[in-house]
Design a protein around this ligand. Structure first.
Ligand code: HEC
Length: 381
């Protein structure tokens, strides 16, 4: 532990400096979503005139006897915070402005882009938000685009398949199947099962690696300042073979994630953690700090398809005196591919730039399915 004191602090310090300087910019990051202050009273009038017939005065849907349509599975209950808070205002604004089909939803949800101004749509959204009365749920705006490696702070309901293929050296690929599920207002469970494919003297060998089970909890989130902070504790049992890169001992992995969104839709995500094996003589303790900086671009006043170019800076270092830090860079592009934006893809290249001996560049790819927003095959047309 004594050894860690100097080594750890040298590692943590630059990270802390960046965190503090970012949080001091919070003042600038006010009024994230709106250019005008939404008028909730006006929103109520609009809702009572244009929406109540279908969505009902309670926000749970008008009585089935008075509505002619059959409710789609995805029909919203605005009182259910678990359903509404993960949705960003922009997702709702797209549906209200252009109608259900613009996001792969039912044609029953009409478009109001011709009837209501952009400000009026913001007003009615602000009114609908009032149906969720628990302010502790983190808001979907803070669910930033997932980076390839850096884990975000927002608790997710998603399934991700992510692959890294060696771009040089011995052919090989590592694929992770990741299931994430939020529960309660602030928590998330995660299971990650890695699957490796390696070429060993021209015969391919595939096997399961060390899996991870993790529990994340949001400690702080604020839509006004655009910030969210979460802690995660993970356990990595030695399910993989040590001959093929497995740890050979159970590893505990605590980490912290801090994400900051700016009004320009630029964002920064930090993750910092440690891998603490039960038997450090088998696998050394190590520290990592990851940063992803990116920008989300979207046409049609941010209502269209989202493109998120980003770059990750990834540092790993063993907790030993004199150990060097391995730095990698990973430029990448994430894009929403389904109309509903619940399926996303990301592609990038990870290149080592310090201690490059024995470390190869990889081509990385993932496919992400936000399953709370609908079935995989729904919402494309
Ligand atoms: C004719 C009936 C009808 C009217 C009128 C109507 N809606 Fe809807 N709305 C629906 C239906 C049906 C859905 C569910 C669509 C689906 O899940 O496929 C929906 C879905 C929504 C959603 C959820 C979109 C999402 O991302 O899950 C929002 C928000 C919404 N409506 C807002 C409004 C507002 C605001 C108004 C009034 C300005 C309004 N609706 C008027 C029928 C209606």
């Amino acid at each position: 532990m004594r050894r860690c004191l100097t080594a750890c602090w040298r590692g943590i310090l630059p990270f802390a400096v960046v965190l503090i300087s970012i949080s001091s910019t919070r003042v600038v990051a006010q009024t994230l979503a709106h250019t005008h202050r939404p008028d909730i009273n006006n929103g109520r009038t609009i809702f009572n005139n244009g929406c109540i017939a279908c969505h009902g005065s309670t926000g749970k849907g008008a009585p089935q006897t008075s509505t002619e349509f059959k409710r789609p599975d995805t029909f919203p209950e605005f009182t259910r915070c678990d359903q509404t808070t993960p949705e960003a205002d922009s997702a709702w604004k797209a549906v209200i402005t252009h109608g259900g089909p613009s996001r792969g939803f039912s044609t029953i949800m009409p478009s109001f882009g011709e009837l209501l101004s952009s400000n009026e749509i913001d007003d009615v959204i602000a009114y609908i938000r009032g149906y969720c009365t628990n302010p502790h749920w983190p808001r979907g705006e803070l669910n930033l685009p997932r980076a390839m490696v850096t884990e975000k702070a927002f608790p997710e309901d998603e399934f991700v398949m992510t692959t890294a293929v060696n771009a040089s050296g011995a052919p090989g690929a590592k694929t992770d199947f990741i299931h994430e599920q939020s529960f309660g207002t602030k928590s998330q469970l995660e299971v990650d099962v890695p699957w490796d494919l390696q070429d060993q003297n021209h015969s391919y060998n595939s096997h399961i690696g060390d899996m991870t089970i993790g529990w994340k909890r949001v400690m702080f989130s604020n839509l006004r300042t655009g910030s969210i902070l979460a802690l995660q504790g993970g356990i990595i049992p030695p399910t993989g073979s040590t001959k093929l890169g497995g740890n050979g001992t159970t590893v505990f992995e605590p980490f912290l994630s801090f994400d900051q969104l700016f009004p320009t839709n630029t964002w920064v995500q930090f993750q910092m953690g440690a891998d603490l094996p039960r038997h450090p003589n088998i696998t050394p303790q190590s520290l990592y700090y990851y940063t992803a900086i990116g920008q989300t671009l979207s046409h049609d006043h941010r209502l269209g398809r989202e493109w998120s170019p980003m770059v990750e800076f990834l540092a790993n270092r063993d907790l030993k005196d004199g150990a060097k830090t391995d730095w990698d860079v990973l430029p990448e592009m994430q894009v929403t591919i389904s109309r509903r934006q619940h399926i996303r893809a990301d592609v990038g290249v990870r290149t080592p730039f310090t201690n490059t001996a024995g470390r190869t560049p990889t081509v990385n790819f993932y496919l992400l399915w936000d399953w709370a927003d609908g079935k995989f095959w729904e919402g494309w047309k």
